[in-house]
Design a protein. Sequence first.
Length: 80
Amino acid sequence: MALFKRRTVGKQGEWYYCLKHGTVEEGPECRAADRFGPYATREEAAHAMETARERNLEWETDPKWHDMDADKGKTGAEGD
């Protein structure tokens, strides 16, 4: 007996963006590794890639995540 059962029928009101097919789906139709979500609305799911790009950019430019001293090759704590 499997510990986790794959839901074949999705919940109404749960929206996902399928990375494999590039489509919005209501309820999980594709495997979890191939989708973003859940989102509250179809519109949010449709903009999943844009949201991911914005979040990645925020992370890449956040000084708290980039404490590496490029010149010394050490973290800020080690280089002080």
